[in-house]
Design a protein around this ligand. Structure first.
Ligand code: ADP
Ligand code: MG
Length: 288
């Protein structure tokens, strides 16, 4: 492409809320065969809400919620907001340690509180037997389970559910019309991932992926499908954004994601992914 056509293309994209941060990105985007999306905050709003709750025998649901919300004070994970909003009161934890991809561990009221995914409890050898029914219910409904353990015993579970962004279905349908393969790479459970993927017609789904695993998942797609763009919003997406042939950050996401990306969708609107692709194709076609 000529410097002028690139300048015109990137200028036009910027007017439409799509920021190209590097000059050669237009060329690379034109070669992309597949686009892989993070789920939470990228395909979904990233504002999960509390949908259901269970207490294990010997615990009160309201106490468990208060402990969980207290543990999440100061966390910027979307699940933290869901718990904090639902709890009527909470207190400042004595200490908190985030465990990326798993959840967190905090001391609240002198008690050790773990909040996070099923694999956090498995890692800590905490039996989930008392909450088997709750887990089955959440899996069936495609909800994300948030488990809480207190002093080494499972205490309760919360179901959280996040909504797909309103423009997602249309944007992904257009990308598919353009011949692009669609994929999802998420840290969330397989049942939640399958649910969202089915709604949006995404063929390739990788769930329960740890943050470092997202980069490997991108490499795998590159081997299977060719050049890959990755769209993400979180700290945990930074390695995948850097690894992809084109990294596309959600502008409302974390700074780390934005700094790792080649393209930024300023408002987070997924239609921007279509705009980016179309601008790159138009610019590249002019010079061929
Ligand atoms: P993603 O944003 O793709 O879901 P993360 O790597 O942030 O992935 O987290 C993976 C999973 O770990 C989440 O779906 C959630 O179940 C759990 N998790 C991570 N951090 C927290 C937290 N602060 N509170 C509760 N659960 C968490
Ligand atoms: Mg995310």
């Amino acid at each position: 492409a000529t410097p002028t056509s690139i300048m015109v293309g990137t200028g036009r994209a910027a007017e439409l809320g799509v920021l190209f941060r590097k000059g050669d990105t237009l060329q690379r985007l034109d070669t992309v065969k597949a686009i892989a999306f993070d789920k939470t905050g990228t395909l979904t709003r990233g504002r999960p809400e509390l949908a259901d709750q269970w207490a294990a025998p010997g615990f009160e649901a309201s106490d468990v919620l208060r402990l969980a919300a207290s543990a999440e004070t100061g966390s910027d994970h979307p699940i933290a907001q869901a718990l904090i909003q639902a709890a009527t009161d909470s207190e400042t934890p004595q200490s908190v340690e985030a465990i990326p991809g798993f959840g967190l561990r905090a001391i609240v009221d002198g008690q050790t509180v773990l909040v996070g995914a099923e694999r956090l409890m498995n890692r800590e050898d905490i039996s989930l037997a008392p909450l088997e029914k709750a887990l089955a219910s959440m899996a069936a409904k495609g909800q994300t389970p948030v488990l809480v353990a207190v002093d080494g015993r499972i205490a309760g579970a919360f179901a959280v559910a996040d909504q797909v962004k309103p423009e997602a279905a249309r944007a992904l349908a257009v990308l598919r019309e353009r011949g692009i393969s669609l994929a999802m790479i998420t840290g969330d459970t397989a049942s939640v991932a399958r649910n969202v993927a089915a709604d949006l017609g995404i063929d390739h789904v990788q769930a329960e992926v740890l943050p470092e695993g997202k980069r490997d998942a991108v490499r795998q797609l590159q081997i299977e499908l060719g050049a890959v763009a990755f769209v993400g919003d979180g700290i945990n997406d930074a390695p995948a954004l850097a690894e992809a042939d084109v990294g596309i950050a959600i502008g409302t996401g974390t700074d780390v994601a934005i700094e790792s990306a080649d393209v930024v969708l300023i408002s987070g609107d997924l239609a921007g992914a279509v705009t980016a692709l179309d601008v790159s194709r138009r610019v590249m076609r002019n010079i061929r």
